[in-house]
Design a protein around this ligand. Structure first.
Ligand code: GDP
Ligand code: MG
Length: 398
């Protein structure tokens, strides 16, 4: 893996090549850039004591309920001494590693990390359902020595909130969460961990509490090419994550438009339009999957939330969600996109005027692709809001 890859310098190279009108060079670099951000592997280690909720967190992160096929086994006595990889169902390059319970091995923290193959992990999440103990702290210190990042997750917060609500006459969820967070931070600081990053959450309700904050923190601290894979793999369970996904997709539109414009410049009448549609199908399918609006993701969402598949799709407005994205569907929808029809006609027409053909075809193809993708992206992001509000049984007016 090329860890020295720098997205920003590659983007600058693309810009320079386009300024110099070096279409071929720009296209090659754009392809390299898109490949890299789309396919960079991400290895996330989930560790903590046995019973702390590691496997449940692995499942929740992958949008899978504990009973689904392919879920990490939960609630059982720890038997394995091996780290077990669980690939994200839509983004197999994002791998969550369910590590053995720290207390379940006889290894000291450094040996534990070696046995788990620590070198390959991008960062560690250390989970506890009570306070963080000596084992957690020893492990964090070893991870620190390796120059890797770690985050503390205080799990099963739903239990704590419920217990507190029963016992307190003036219950405030916010105050309870703040107090638990502060207690965790203080106890870790007392055990020699400087400025620990602690997130309180429930794997049964990832949309609540600190999970969105955990995502924000990871996003801030990971290099750009790692951020994209993680963002896409994040369950689209709150407004902020859906917005971030939309922004990430939006930022790539100009690259895809440049790719399709380069193809439009090839003087083969009739071919480039077909290829453009192929590109649109590929990219829009990425949007559908990224927002979790494909059929398998929606089925998993139905299983994990208990809201039926039928009810989930009842609120969608776009014909692109919960279906296979095909060239035919794409063409019929493009016709509804303001300005696209004229652009497509101009693009086809100008292919037959030799001098203008390449320049105009490129320009038209660039604009058609930009407008088309923006139109589909808006449509799908709105649907993502509707479907996930429905999944959380909220008001679905967006
Ligand atoms: P592991 O041994 O660390 O992998 O822990 P598991 O994921 O198997 O979880 C142990 C038990 O805690 C199981 O019965 C889970 O259902 C339960 N559990 C895990 N996470 C949560 C949570 O966020 N809230 C509640 N209420 N229970 C949880
Ligand atoms: Mg487990």
């Amino acid at each position: 893996m090329d860890i020295t890859f720098d997205c920003e310098s590659l983007k600058q190279e693309v810009k320079k090549a386009l300024e110099k009108n070096d279409q071929g060079g720009a296209v090659a670099m754009i392809q390299k850039y898109l490949d890299k951000v789309n396919n960079t592997p991400q290895n996330i280690a989930i560790t903590g004591e046995t019973g702390s909720g590691k496997s449940t967190f692995v499942n929740a992160f992958r949008g899978i309920s504990n009973n689904d096929n392919g879920s990490a086994p939960t609630g059982c006595v720890e038997t394995t001494l091996e780290a077990t990889p669980y690939h994200h169902p839509n983004y197999p390059n994002v791998i969550l590693w369910d590590l053995p319970g720290i207390g379940s091995t006889n290894f000291p923290a450094d040996k534990y990390l070696q046995s788990a193959g620590f070198k390959d992990f991008d960062f560690f999440i250390i989970i506890s359902d009570t306070r963080f103990r000596e084992n957690d702290v020893m492990l964090a210190l070893e991870i620190q020595k390796l120059g890797k990042k770690f985050y503390f997750v205080c799990s099963k917060i739903d239990n704590d909130l419920q217990a507190e609500e029963r016992s307190q006459s003036e219950f405030s969820a916010e105050n309870t969460l703040a107090r638990i967070r502060q207690n965790c931070v203080r106890s870790l600081e007392q055990q020699r961990i400087e400025s620990p990053q602690v997130f309180v959450l429930s794997s049964f309700e990832l949309q609540k509490h600190d999970f969105p904050l955990l995502h924000k923190t990871l996003e801030r601290e990971l290099p750009e090419h790692k951020r994209y894979a993680l963002l896409m793999a994040m369950p689209s369970i709150n407004r902020e994550i859906i917005k971030k996904k939309k922004e990430a997709f939006q930022a790539q539109i100009k690259y895809y438009a440049t790719l399709s414009a380069a193809v439009a410049g090839v003087p083969l009448p009739g071919l480039s339009f077909a290829v453009d549609i192929g590109l649109l199908v590929t990219v829009v399918t990425q949007y559908v999957v990224g927002f979790g609006l494909d059929i398998p993701s929606l089925q998993r969402l139905a299983n994990s939330t208990g809201v039926s598949f039928k009810d989930l799709i009842a609120v969608k407005k776009s014909p692109l969600a919960a279906t296979a994205v095909t060239a035919g569907l794409m063409l019929s929808l493009l016709g509804q996109c303001v300005g696209i029809t004229a652009m497509v006609v101009a693009q086809e027409w100008c292919r037959w005027i030799p001098i203008l053909r390449i320049l105009l075809a490129r320009k038209c193809c660039f604009i058609t692709t930009c407008r088309g993708l923006t139109y589909f992206l808006d449509m799908l992001a709105d649907d993502a809001h509707r479907v996930f509000k429905q999944a959380l049984c909220l008001n679905t007016s967006v």
